[in-house]
Design a protein around this ligand. Structure first.
Ligand code: BYC
Length: 481
């Protein structure tokens, strides 16, 4: 079998030779109806009969891997796609550095690997659940299509993790695969595993922030798992990253377009003060201070996804060769980290200070720092738009101590600048920094659907280019109710 191309002859498209792996094929076919039930209960609300202009992977060749066509979402071919196996790949870090990568799960690391795969798998359906109602208020057919593209691909990423569980973890893997369909985002009894995936995504600005900030956590975590000594996990994550890039593009350009529209409207109305919220809102666009509040919220929720700054889980996973660093193979050091340190932000005498910790236990912090740098890059573009429009306003990332629920800063309150404050001050001022219910109501008032091809809601600019180079008036979704 050619591992570059995907076999579409089986019910579950794949490039892992499923037609000759009867046992796993049977397990996956057994899981399929439950997945379809989940998709119909928790996938996008409505639009299931609509034709959506989606890309589907037909190959894992980075030079050309996707085909675009109209598809009804329930007929999307969710498949198992792994990047091609690298010959003689070795474990690139930890105590097993330089040894051949594992093609099977090493017994002593089974529990750790299963846990990481389950956590990764759990986030994928969670995000679809969080976004399921957004189709009803899409600002254009272009955006509606992007939402559905993200949703079907998150569904595929769930399949990717379920394949690993069913192929490599036997009976308990199958049980975990079933549990992934049972938990629900925000459910009181059976919530999703990580905090940010139980939060609401109430409107499209949140959706863009989520795909910018939370999908970017996905990018960092997938990069770390792509380094894994467990080769099937590494290959799986490498292909997932190819799809993930579009999700962050949706977030980055989505926010760019919101900022652009706000600036244009302010300029046209002769508004010189972008913080004059009432005047700006009267124009039917989202004011920059409210965009900043949403940014505070989604960035701080996403920071929590990196776990504690100092973590023995992270150290053990690295030592074992299971989860590496971002771009591990490009780092110039011993890849064992037994004797090195890393500066970690901690609370010292009521102040946020840098303290050197053993590099091994500080791996979550290091990944989080890489993440913050990556976040800052896209923000330069948003600030450029504001600056070019002639406004003195800068969107900024809050301090890492701000609004945290996990790790070093979870029990304290801090301003976005990182100044520690007491509970009373926090309660009095948090509405200045995080979206209030009035902000939410205002944004909700703008969320009316626009379904005419080539037309956009008042609060967002059209994109610069179409998907698959389609013209501006292309009908990305043929709505059928
Ligand atoms: N919420 O040593 P600690 C994506 C738990 S996003 C709740 O501090 P560790 C996507 C932790 O489980 C990427 N619990 O942390 C994006 C542990 O519990 P146990 C998803 C949390 O283990 C958008 C305890 O606290 N992938 O793909 O070093 C759309 C102490 O843990 C949280 C991954 O995350 C939390 N935020 O690091 C779609 C990769 N944080 O076991 C998709 C896999 C920590 O003691 N996961 N805890 O009961 C991991 O690498 C790590 O498990 C974590 C935590 C980074 C999550």
């Amino acid at each position: 079998m050619n591992f570059m191309n995907v076999d579409y002859s089986t019910k579950i498209p794949n490039n892992v030779n499923l037609s000759e792996d009867r046992q796993v094929l049977k397990a996956l076919e057994g899981w399929h109806p439950g997945y379809m039930d989940w998709w119909s209960d928790m996938g996008p609300e409505g639009f299931q009969q609509s034709l959506v202009y989606l890309r589907t992977a037909y190959s894992v060749d980075p030079r050309g891997w996707a085909k675009f066509d109209y598809v009804k979402m329930p007929e999307y071919r969710w498949g198992i796609l792994l990047a091609p196996q690298e010959e003689n790949r070795v474990i690139p870090f930890g105590e097993n550095f330089g040894k051949p990568a594992w093609q099977e799960v090493p017994g002593e690391h089974r529990a750790t690997l299963r846990r990481l795969i389950v956590i990764q798998g759990d986030t994928e359906p969670a995000s679809v659940e969080q976004q399921r109602h957004l189709g009803k208020t899409a600002p254009s057919l272009y955006d509606l299509r992007n939402l559905f593209q993200v949703n079907v691909e998150e569904g595929r990423h769930l399949w990717a993790m379920v394949y690993l569980l069913q192929k490599y973890f036997g009976r308990d893997g199958r049980e975990e695969a079933d549990e992934l369909l049972r938990r629900r985002s925000g459910d009181a009894d059976s919530p999703r595993m990580l905090g940010a995936f139980n939060e609401a995504t109430p409107d499209w600005l949140s959706f863009f922030m989520f795909t910018y900030f939370t999908d970017r956590d996905g990018k960092m975590q997938l990069h770390s798992l792509a380094q894994s000594g467990f080769d099937p996990l590494s290959r799986t994550c490498r292909f997932m990253l190819t799809e993930e890039a579009h999700h962050m593009f949706v977030g980055e350009t989505g926010i760019s377009r919101v900022v652009q529209r706000t600036c244009e409207a302010m300029k046209a109305a002769g508004i010189s003060d972008p913080t004059d919220i009432a005047k700006v809102r009267a124009l039917g666009v989202i004011d920059l201070p409210t965009i900043q509040k949403k940014l505070h919220l989604h960035y701080s929720l996403s920071l929590d996804l990196f776990g504690s700054e100092v973590s023995t889980n992270a150290a053990n996973a690295f030592n074992a060769g299971i989860k590496g660093r971002y771009k591990e193979t490009q780092i110039d050091d011993d890849h064992r980290l037994q004797n090195s340190t890393y500066p970690v932000l901690k609370l010292v005498n009521g102040e946020v200070k840098r303290v050197d910790e053993p590099a091994l236990t500080a791996l979550n912090m290091r990944l989080r720092d890489d993440y913050t740098q990556d976040c800052a890059k896209g923000m330069l573009r948003w600030n450029k738009i504001i600056q070019l429009a002639g406004y003195h306003f800068k969107l900024t990332l809050p301090n890492v101590a701000f609004h945290r629920q996990i790790g070093e800063f979870r029990d304290i309150n801090a301003t976005p600048e990182g100044v520690l404050i007491d509970d009373a001050t926090w309660n009095k001022r948090k509405g200045e920094w995080l979206p209030s219910s009035a902000d939410g109501d205002f944004i909700a008032s703008l969320m009316t659907p626009v379904t005419e091809a080539g037309t956009y809601a008042s609060w967002i600019s059209p994109p610069k280019v179409g998907i698959d180079n389609k013209p501006g008036d292309f009908e990305y979704v043929k709505i059928e109710t």
